[in-house]
Design a protein around this ligand. Structure first.
Ligand code: BGC
Length: 744
């Protein structure tokens, strides 16, 4: 017995030593030992990431010599294991490669696009979605996912707004951290986890005019207050890697930008994860015009702090000579290699290099589908519901389903869907027929076959079906191809003949429910005004159909909130709630038609708005309706005189005073009323999504450290300046009760 106990104790001690060791000291020692055996070329090889879709025989050759550290875009588990075997068994030091992929919003089972995930305002749900995506990707051999994208995006023209969590700093921070935790978990490297990669560092969302890859114009203060905080948040959440952006920041392309990569990320934040360039971005240093040739590009990128070279072979081509000639110090290479090896240890690759047999066959399982449906349903934002047209009631007998997105299995998945399977998609038409056709007659006539369709030859048939129906549901929006990378638009109104389709439908005199499925906030003032109810669904993924059908028929209550302002017109871009007041905030707004002819200039006053489209969004950030009513009581602060090291504590009572169970997102905004520099009119500082049964009330306590109200002063020092702050508590960025606090 004693022997058994001793053995058990010894075994447990060994286990804990190896576990602790794996996490820190021991790993560093193993990296030291590996690096002492690696040649210069093998070290540089670790920094080389290539696209497995191109020239595989060459990649295999590199695997044998240790000339490659990571392979992208191979998702056949057997192929992954075949290639890995070469690295592990034939390369000089047996270092496994790390397989990577853009796992942006699901893998096989597609979640809503990230903008839709943000609309849930539900971090736990986004965490669960990320867990699911990680698990499906892992089963395909992926250990490194290029997500989350946490570029604060304030310009709806930018195609990549679809991939972001929207316009707000805090929302990007919290959703980004939820994805990182979901991918990596508390035990990174365990089966079914993948390493996360926060992108794009930094300022990519600020591309001028919303044109992808364009230059940016970001002051250091904006960088620190708007674009960097989400990256800091995910770094604090343990995000294993960061991808550099394509854009330049104050003249220096991100992959050669030592200010952001080295001074801020490494030195200020002490970040020890890997940095990887974006696809081909080191080569683009030449197109940007800051590197004369590939050799200079290699030198600039490595010295700035870009560890891994995605897809150009510039590092392998030039770093060995640059180091031998002492133009680049070997210490810079060693630091980068150490970080890449550390990533591989963290990913558990040295213990479990192969996909192997530990799969549980969970890809696209019914649990995953149910989760995708839950995320999709919480991502739907109800913008309008005149006369409580929704949910459809028992009196409805015949429903006409129409529009180019009603049955578009590919388009409803959105951008970044390489690993999806459209045969799994359940469209709104499918879901309405399978879930509701026993109770109501479903008529279907798409009217238009795709979002850009200009062919109105089906309109005749549509008109006659519209005359038969009790209610019309039109699914409008954007095809997936109009959104995402390199798919920016100057005009973000609904394309093709969609406006004419709405015109026709509204002339039928039946209640018109419009569902917009898009990769961005589109401008649809006319279409929305002609509709009785509007549901905004960002491309909702595989299970978007049932999510929407159940909302339409009231089985679920919409609870999404806008993660971006919906503009009236693209000309308002960039548009975001946390704008500055300006010296002349919009006062009396005159519409173009009100302006008298031959009037002298001053009749219009002198304030900041557009004569033709005003200044306000059609719907503000944080907005979204429900089938029930919520009341938020006057906030009750514990104390309103606070010092900078205090925490502001207050409580409110949230009551579901309507007739349905539902969820509300209580949002807390702060305004620094008077400071040494201009401050945004409001900034989101906290939010909480709360589900309440009808008639139920709940007391909610909020605690906000006063330090979170900070700004960067003229000396670029992070400070909380004394004085008055207004705290707003409401259910959108334009509503709510407020109270003032004074910070000493
Ligand atoms: C995109 C990245 C992506 C990379 C790898 C680039 O074009 O900007 O977001 O991770 O390709 O696919």
């Amino acid at each position: 017995m004693r022997y058994i106990l001793m053995t058990l104790l010894l075994f447990m001690t060994c286990l804990s030593v190896s576990f602790a060791g794996n996490r820190n000291g021991d790993v560093e020692a193993r990296i030291d030992s590996l690096m002492s055996r690696m040649t210069l070329e093998e070290k540089v090889g670790q920094l080389n990431q290539l696209d497995g879709r191109r020239n595989l025989p060459y990649i295999e050759q590199l695997l044998r010599t240790g000339g490659i550290g990571s392979i992208m875009n191979i998702t056949d588990p057997e192929e992954v294991d075949r290639l890995q075997k070469i690295a592990v068994e034939e390369s000089p030091n047996g270092i496994p490669v790390i397989f990577s992929r853009d796992v942006v919003h699901g893998f096989r089972t597609m979640l809503p696009i990230p903008l839709g995930m943000a609309a849930t305002f539900n971090e736990e749900l986004v965490y669960d979605g990320a867990r699911m995506a990680a698990s499906e990707a892992y089963e395909h051999g992926i250990r490194w996912a290029f997500a989350p994208m946490i570029d604060v995006s304030r310009d709806a023209r930018w195609g990549r707004i679809a991939e972001s969590f929207g316009e707000d700093v805090l929302l990007n921070s919290r959703m980004g951290a939820a994805v990182v935790r979901g991918y990596q978990t508390d035990s990174p490297g365990a089966p079914h986890t993948v390493m996360a990669c926060a992108k794009h560092f930094v300022g990519y969302g600020a591309v001028e005019g919303g044109r992808d890859y364009n230059t940016t114009n970001i002051t250091e203060r904006q960088l620190r207050e708007v674009y960097l905080p989400p990256f800091k948040a995910v770094a604090d959440a343990g995000c294993a890697s960061v991808m550099t952006a394509f854009n330049d920041i104050d003249g220096l392309p991100a992959s050669a930008n030592g200010f952001v990569l080295d001074s801020i990320l490494r030195k200020e934040w002490g970040y020890d994860g890997v940095t990887v360039s974006d696809y081909g971005a080191i080569g683009e240093l030449m197109k940007h015009g800051v590197a004369r040739d590939r050799e200079e590009a290699a030198r600039l990128a490595l010295l700035a702090g870009t560890d891994m070279d995605m897809a150009t072979k510039i590092y392998t081509g030039h770093l060995p000579d640059l180091i031998r000639e002492e133009i680049v110090p070997e210490s810079a290479l060693d630091s980068a290699v150490r970080r890449v090896l550390r990533l591989k240890f963290r990913a558990g690759l040295f213990d479990r290099p192969y996909v192997g047999p530990d799969l549980n066959g969970g890809v696209a399982s019914s649990e995953n589908m149910a989760l995708a449906e839950r995320v999709a349903s919480e991502s739907v934002v109800m913008l309008k519901n005149d006369g409580n047209v929704l949910p459809l009631g028992r009196a409805v007998r015949k429903v006409l389903v129409t529009g180019p997105l009603a049955d578009a299995p590919h388009d409803q998945l959105g951008t970044w869907t390489m690993d999806s399977d459209t045969s799994l998609t359940v469209t709104p038409l499918d879901a309405l027929i399978s879930g509701y056709a026993d109770d109501v007659e479903i008529l279907y006539e798409p009217g238009l076959l795709y979002s850009r369709d200009k062919d109105t030859s089906r309109f005749g048939a549509l008109r006659s079906k519209a005359s038969e129906a009790d209610v019309i549901i039109a699914f409008l929006g954007e095809e997936a191809i109009l959104t995402g990378e390199a798919h920016s638009l100057a005009d973000i109104s609904l394309k093709g003949m969609q406006s004419a389709l709405v015109e026709l439908l509204s002339s039928a005199g039946k209640p018109l429910v419009t569902v917009i499925m898009a990769g961005r906030p589109v401008t649809a003032v006319g279409e929305i005004s002609k509709s009785d109810a509007v549901l905004y669904s960002f491309h909702p993924g595989t299970m978007g159909g049932p999510a929407l059908a159940d909302i339409i028929f009231g089985k679920t209550n919409p609870s999404g909130k806008l993660p971006v302002s919906v503009p009236v017109h693209a000309g308002q871009s960039p548009l975001y709630y946390s704008q500055k007041s300006t010296g002349r905030p919009a006062a009396k707004i005159r519409s173009l038609d009100d302006i008298p002819r031959n009037a002298y200039q001053s009749v219009l006053g002198h304030s900041s708005y557009y004569l033709d489209v005003g200044v306000k969004p059609l719907y503000p950030f944080g907005y979204g309706l429900s089938y029930t009513e919520f009341d938020i009581s006057e906030p009750e602060p514990d104390d309103t005189l606070l010092s900078r090291s205090d925490t502001l504590r207050f409580s409110v009572t949230l009551t579901n005073s309507g007739h349905a169970d539902g969820a509300e997102v209580v949002q807390v905004y702060v305004r620094d009323v008077h400071a040494s520099l201009t401050r945004p009119v409001r900034e989101l500082k906290d939010f909480r999504k709360v589900f309440l049964k009808k008639g139920e009330s709940r007391r909610l306590q909020f605690s906000l450290p006063v330090s979170s109200f900070s700004m960067y002063d003229i000396n670029m020092k992070e400070v909380v300046e004394p004085g008055e702050f207004i705290v707003y508590v409401g259910n959108s960025s334009t509503s709510g009760h407020s109270f003032s606090i004074n910070v000493r």
